[in-house]
Ligand binder design. Structure first.
Ligand SMILES: C[S@@+](CC[C@H](N)C(=O)[O-])C[C@H]1O[C@@H](n2cnc3c(N)ncnc32)[C@H](O)[C@@H]1O
Length: 255
């Protein structure tokens, strides 16, 4: 039977159920599917969140500040942010999947106390963030926006909870470029990813949704437009790995 994407009404519960199922081996599958590249993309995204685009701050220097990782999953990115912060810094990871958060908490507990002390996790909906306006110095979402029912709502919620002047960052699928690479990437993504899901997670369906979800997700230009409509300024994006992944950043304007 051909794969059918969930309807808008079904999507929230469908995506929740899927991440509850695949949480335990999510990180392993991520490494295999991205050939380890997600580590490089995330490092860059964290540098942009903290230092701003095009700036090469002193990355050895620890900074204070409060940051939010939306759709934090297993906490990988939140911990990378925590590593850049000093003892007054704080990072909050938010996700709606209890099982993903459980992995995040277990992983965090394995780190040195000073790092785990400035990392906390909250269960909630990215489209209705349980935080006051202007609560954070910056917010990031990584491979999460595509899973939301309302992309615009996810972006405007991040803009709402970040203070003016702070950055909102999105890392997600882009548009692969190149006469050879683009069709190869499409083939790889469509056919190889479900096989990885079947072998590593015994869940081909969840890993068929992953490439298929791209069809309802805007191109990088469309995401730029959504950032601007959410009131973010100086919006820019860069394509990574021949455009297959896009990193967007915008600045929160005075409110
Ligand atoms: C593909 S994973 C990304 C995890 C992590 N950010 C990363 O880059 O590895 C997507 C995550 O988004 C979460 N998610 C999807 N929709 C959500 C929503 N409406 N509110 C909160 N979390 C959501 C899922 O539970 C899942 O953990």
């Amino acid at each position: 039977m051909p794969f059918q994407l969930p309807t808008q009404e079904e999507k929230h519960a469908y995506v929740h159920d899927q991440f509850e199922r695949i949480a335990a081996r999510y990180d392993l599958a991520n490494d295999v599917i991205s050939l380890g590249m997600h580590r490089f993309w995330k490092k860059l995204a964290v540098d942009v969140l903290i230092d701003g685009p095009g700036r090469s701050g002193n990355r050895q220097q620890r900074l204070s500040g409060k940051y939010l990782d939306v759709c934090c999953g297993t906490g990988d990115l939140a911990l990378r942010i925590a590593e850049r912060l000093d003892r007054d810094g704080e990072v909050t990871g938010l996700d709606f999947s209890g099982n993903m958060l459980e992995v995040a908490k277990q992983r965090t507990a394995k780190h040195e106390q000073s790092l785990s002390a400035r990392t906390n996790f909250v269960q909630g909906d990215a489209q209705n963030l349980p935080f006051d306006d202007d609560s954070f110095d910056g917010a990031i979402i990584s491979f999460g926006l595509r899973n939301l029912t309302q992309f615009d709502r996810g972006i405007s919620e991040m803009a709402r909870v970040v203070k003016p002047g702070g950055f909102v960052v999105n890392l997600d699928l882009g548009r692969a470029k190149g006469a050879f690479f683009a069709p190869m990437f499409k083939l790889y993504f469509r056919h190889f990813v479900p096989i990885v899901g079947a072998v590593l997670q015994n869940d081909r369906k969840a890993y068929t949704y992953l490439p298929e979800s791209k069809s309802t997700y805007p191109d990088p230009e469309g995401i730029t437009k959504l950032f601007q409509e959410a009131g973010l300024t100086n919006v820019r994006h860069v394509g990574l790995s021949s455009g297959s992944v896009a990193l967007h950043v915008g600045v929160v304007a005075e409110k």
